[in-house]
Design a protein around this ligand. Structure first.
Ligand code: AMP
Length: 113
């Protein structure tokens, strides 16, 4: 989508601190980290704005993203982390391109759930 900031990151039109990419997803550090480690993993395509758009036809991409999160955190020697996705403005979503926050650090003991 032409005006989506995350699509522009995937295309390289906006710079990012890339961690990983493959044919389905792109991982990069969050520009405003909320923890010692804070990165995002997103699908390369814009067909899912949020969790509400996940369905039988595209859930393979979400499964793949979780496999990538498991691999990346293992490579980074991170064994305690939180994966968050906000769905809708009321939940704090600011970018309408599905994304998963991966956070790790000392502040994760402030449990919401
Ligand atoms: P959310 O509020 O759940 O939609 O998360 C959007 C996240 O994208 C926020 O944590 C922002 O800090 C992050 N973000 C926005 N623009 C950029 C950017 N250009 N590079 C990296 N992260 C970004």
């Amino acid at each position: 989508m032409s005006d989506c900031i995350f699509c522009k990151i995937v295309s390289g039109d906006i710079p990012s601190k890339k961690i990983f990419e493959d044919e389905l997803c792109y991982a990069f550090y969050d520009i405003n980290p909320q923890s010692d480690v804070h990165f995002l993993v997103i699908p390369k395509t814009h067909d899912m704005q949020a969790v509400k758009d996940i369905n039988e036809a595209n859930s393979n991409v979400v499964a793949h993203i979780f496999e990538v999160i498991a691999e990346l955190t293992c490579e980074m020697n991170i064994d305690s982390y939180r994966v968050i996705t906000n769905c809708g403005e009321g939940a704090g979503q600011t970018v309408k391109h599905l994304h998963f926050h991966v956070l790790s650090g000392d502040n994760l003991n402030e449990n919401l759930v």
